[in-house]
Design a protein around this ligand. Structure first.
Ligand code: DUC
Ligand code: ZN
Ligand code: ZN
Length: 453
């Protein structure tokens, strides 16, 4: 059945206007000042913003870190995502060091069956050699046009030469690489120091073990590697003022290669004071930072130096996190359900940024950067993935009022103004007032090549 969304304000990355929307099959068929509802389901969006479905380009569902398996798999993770207004997630299919990219792809396709929002995969590569280079062509052909490389974690870390070679190869294929930037040797040395001192096992020591310099040095190095390779690169989950300064320095002198920046809601809303109060809940990498870093990220967001906001959703239960030594606590926090509502509440209603900017960072830019053609904007012919948000109500987040498969919330106590009221996915009305009307209707999206922003 066709759907008509009436009386709402359409918010795209490039402007807002009041109009009705006709959806037929899985596409937007018409946008006009007034559309009749005859023979169609009518959704009244009076007083609401109608936005392109949000795209979370950074999730880890059903990930086995070697010592723990994430609490959310694709069934629970995508359910939380769609209830929170995210219509597409890009998860990290992760290659085993001695495995192939194809094996990782097949494994992730299996995991993702039954998803309630659309999904695609970045390929996280644990090595780069001739065979991997060849397989990247195959990845391109099956719709994987983005990769992640890690500078940390024993089972994933690659060296600078591999990053350089992989960046060049990705560029040849119209693909883009995101890099987890931290200097592993430094953080290991500091970790050893902290443990020698005996006192250094509390959660706050997690932040001490990964100081700002550990990220900033790695970001500076990555920028030089990208320049040598003459290839664009994405710095994922950037968290510090110092790393942002490195990006600003590059951007002030060079147009290309493009150095893109992703940050996450946790680095915009929380600071390292959290490590003093049941701090294991907040153990993630990079760690939470000082308030001055939080402010620097908001400034960067305002002046156009942040390109996307992803969650780095990687959830563990309190039992999994319950370790005496910070270095044994699995890294990551839940967040996929919260991102749209908390960014709209804190960013738009908090007076820190416009609705257009939020749509740009959470939908339009992710769609462009990651080859999600005909998504990320509301226009005739685009896929009908849409999120309707009302600013009328407010609620306080608790450890339990969410759909993550996880027994706590890193944002417990936060008042969220506004609510995700309805979600349209592939032309179907799948969420209404917190209720999932249709589950399991997400599908795999084979992506096109990367496009510059
Ligand atoms: N850090 C990562 O690099 N990955 C998942 C979770 C985290 O905190
Ligand atoms: Zn990472
Ligand atoms: Zn991550």
């Amino acid at each position: 059945m066709a759907i008509v969304i009436r009386n709402g304000v359409i918010a795209n990355a490039y402007g807002c206007f009041r109009a009705d929307i006709l959806i037929e099959n899985d596409r937007i068929a018409q946008i006009e000042s007034s559309i009749e509802c005859a023979n169609a389901e009518c959704i009244d969006a009076e007083g609401c913003f109608v936005m392109p479905g949000f795209i979370d380009t950074h999730t880890h569902f059903d990930l086995d870190t070697g010592s723990a398996v994430t609490a959310d798999d694709f069934v629970t993770g995508t359910r939380a995502a769609i209830l929170g207004g995210t219509t597409t997630i890009l998860d990290f299919a992760t290659q085993d060091r001695d495995g192939t990219l194809t094996q990782a792809y097949e494994k992730w396709q299996d995991k993702a069956r039954g998803s309630s929002c659309n999904y695609g995969f970045h390929m996280a590569m644990a090595r780069f050699d001739e065979s991997v280079s060849e397989e990247m062509q195959k990845m391109h052909d099956i719709g994987i046009t983005s990769y992640k490389l890690y500078m940390v974690y024993d089972s994933l870390k690659v060296d600078d030469g591999a990053i350089y070679m992989a960046l060049k190869r990705a560029k040849e294929l119209g693909s883009i690489i995101g890099v987890h930037c931290e200097n592993y040797d430094l953080l290991k040395a500091i970790n050893t120091e902290l443990h020698k001192n005996g006192a250094g096992v509390d959660p706050y020591s997690h932040a001490l073990s990964r100081p700002n310099e550990v990220e900033a040095e790695a970001v500076a190095k990555l920028i030089y590697i990208a320049r040598l390779a003459d290839a664009p690169v994405n710095i994922v989950h950037l968290s510090t003022e110092e790393a942002m300064l490195e990006v600003r320095r590059h951007r002030a002198c060079f147009e290309k290669p493009y150095i893109y920046v992703e940050t996450c809601p946790q680095y915009l809303l929380l600071n390292d004071d959290k490590y003093h109060d049941d701090g294991r809940r907040y153990i993630m990498s990079p760690p939470l930072r000082k308030q001055k870093d939080v402010e620097a990220l908001w400034d960067a967001l305002e002046d156009g130096n942040v390109d996307t906001i992803g969650t780095d959703h990687c959830s563990f239960t309190l039992a999994q996190k319950n370790k005496c030594d910070y270095s044994d606590v699995p890294n990551g926090i839940p967040g996929v359900m919260y991102r749209p509502s908390i960014m709209l509440s804190e960013g738009l209603l908090g007076g820190r940024c416009s609705i257009e900017k939020l749509v740009k960072l959470m939908s339009y830019n992710p769609a462009k950067l990651y080859g999600l053609t005909d998504r990320g904007e509301i226009k005739v012919g685009a896929f009908a993935d849409m999120t309707i948000w009302s600013k009328e109500s407010e609620h306080v987040l608790t450890d339990t009022n969410h759909a993550h498969n996880c027994d706590y919330s890193p944002y417990a106590g936060l008042t969220v103004r506004g609510t995700i009221r309805d979600v349209i996915l592939n032309g179907r009305h799948v969420v209404h007032e917190g209720e999932l009307l249709v589950s399991g209707s997400g599908h795999y999206i084979a992506r096109d090549e990367y496009t510059d922003l």
